[in-house]
Ligand binder design. Structure first.
Ligand code: HEC
Length: 92
């Protein structure tokens, strides 16, 4: 299992995102920040990337732990966050 943060697996991240995260993060459902809205991420990105990872794997306010898919590994969720951050950066 890949655990090196410097080597995110973007293709797995995209797969995980589309399968488990897009339902909220594409539509903004429940106040979820969307990938085409860098401003929604600005204050969140002031946090350490590792903090975003922790929030994604452990839950944060209305964001459910692992997007309510407890069967996902922490690594898979981290790859999804890497993918999300890359997409947000590209939409700027
Ligand atoms: C059921 C809806 C839902 C699903 C599914 C979901 N999210 Fe979220 N997510 C949210 C909401 C709502 C927020 C905003 C939380 C807040 O700030 O109140 C959020 C926030 C986040 C944040 C920002 C956390 C922070 O520190 O500001 C990250 C990162 C994130 N989600 C990643 C993911 C990943 C990765 C997945 C898939 C594994 C996922 N989310 C699936 C609803 C969802």
């Amino acid at each position: 299992m890949q655990t090196d943060f410097s080597q995110p697996d973007y293709s797995r991240g995209r797969y995980v995102y589309n399968a488990f995260c897009a339902e909220c993060h594409d539509s903004g459902q429940g106040g979820a920040p969307t990938l085409d809205d860098p401003e929604a991420w600005e204050s969140r990105l002031l946090g350490l990337p590792s903090l975003l990872m922790d929030h994604a794997t452990e839950g944060f306010l209305t964001m459910p732990e692992k997007g309510a898919h407890a069967d996902l590994s922490d690594d898979a969720v981290r790859d999804a966050v890497h993918y999300m951050m890359r997409q947000v950066a590209r939409s700027e």
